[in-house]
Design a binder for this molecule. Structure first.
Ligand code: IPM
Ligand code: MG
Length: 356
């Protein structure tokens, strides 16, 4: 029997409650598919700052590096908003991504037919959307030096090396080969030098993938096209900050930001997390939607552990649970036969996982 060591980072806000549900589902699927998951819990974010004085304690990095995969909930909250930047919860996450070298952030967006009315976008525009954002995660303006916050002047630097662009482009083209063989690279090459290098490098990588159709789009146009006609996209390849913004926008295509998972890969150990934040305003009320985290756990099984049957089983269970009308509060107005609490829907998904 295969045994895996999973580092668990629950984080702040709704983090603990959504991760608990994902673990419930993972336990159900591992029993069914005959492998063993051993969990070790670590602190990161505001909760780590409160206990250890830093958002990313050394033992968390160590523990993560020594695991087979990391499942993470969310971090942040008003309570820590006024800390110096390097002590803020977000800095912990950015540092962890960087320490792990997970330069490729994969964010799939598809539409569950049952939830097509939950989006603010018209159903006919949405039906059949299946897109995949490949976001560069450990470079760009998030990490570029120099950076400084002065009193009257502040700045950041958007920098990419050719190698950083090349390796993320390879991930996008490889992903496209397993999908509909189309890559749209998003940049701002009409204004930014860094985007010119991005575009040139992506063109070079494309030569190795003659079967894939490559197009380029400026980020402002991409933001518009995503809501105008999202079906035109297969793989969207983009840098760190553009990908951050576009993937939140894309989440509205699926109807709720509570549905979208992500995988951060490219280093030795992968990090799997929902794309949403810690939603402190609803934490502890049992109304958060754990599906994005459950789906992130499925991505973990597929991308980190190669347990593809288990991943499919979870994805299918989630689909059926939605089809059968179980909804958390965020989706209560859209085809709900039963409105469930966070832990109820987690248990229902786990039951479906066991019985399908
Ligand atoms: C995300 C988040 C993070 C990011 C924050 C919490 C630092 O918005 O994963 O999209 O900007 O990358
Ligand atoms: Mg974001």
């Amino acid at each position: 029997m295969n045994r895996y060591k999973i580092a668990i980072i629950k984080g702040d806000g709704i983090g603990p409650e959504i991760v608990d549900e994902a673990i419930k589902v993972l336990d159900a699927v591992s029993a069914k598919e005959n492998f063993e998951l051993n969990y070790e819990e670590y602190l990161m974010g505001g909760c780590a700052y409160d206990v250890k004085g830093v958002p990313l304690p050394a033992e968390t990095v160590e523990g993560c590096k020594n695991s087979d995969a990391i499942l993470f909930g969310a971090i942040g909250g008003e309570k820590w908003d006024n800390l110096e930047r390097h002590l803020r919860p977000e800095s912990g996450l950015l540092k962890l991504r960087s320490e792990l070298g997970v330069f490729a952030n994969l964010r799939p967006t598809n539409v569950f037919d049952e939830l097509v009315d939950a989006s603010t976008i018209k159903p006919e525009v949405l039906k059949g959307v299946d897109l995949f954002v490949v976001r560069e995660l450990t470079g760009g303006i998030y990490f570029g030096q120099p950076r400084e916050k002065g009193i009257d002047r502040a700045y950041n630097t958007m920098v990419y090396t050719k190698e950083e662009i090349r390796r993320i482009a390879v991930v996008a083209f490889e992903s496209a080969m397993k999908r509909r063989k189309s890559v749209c690279s998003v940049d701002k090459a009409n204004v930014l030098e860094v985007s010119q290098l991005w575009r040139e490098t992506v063109e070079e990588v494309a030569l190795d993938y003659p079967e894939v159709t490559l197009s380029h789009m400026y980020v402002d146009n991409a933001a518009m096209q995503l809501v105008r006609n999202p079906k035109q996209f297969d793989v969207i390849l983009t840098g760190n900050i553009f990908g951050d913004i576009l993937s939140d926008e894309a989440s509205m295509i699926s109807g709720s930001i509570g549905l979208l998972p992500s995988a951060s890969v490219g280093g030795k150990v992968g990090l799997f997390e929902p794309i949403h934040g810690s939603a402190p305003d609803i934490a502890g009320q049992g109304i958060s939607n754990p599906i994005a985290t459950v789906m992130s756990a499925a991505m973990m099984l597929r991308f980190a552990l190669n347990e593809n049957n288990a991943a499919e089983r979870i994805e299918k269970a989630v689909q059926m649970v939605l089809k059968d009308g179980y909804r958390t509060k965020d989706l209560a107005d859209y085809g709900a036969k039963e409105v469930c609490s966070t832990s109820e829907i987690g248990s229902i998904i786990a039951d479906y996982v066991a019985k399908i």
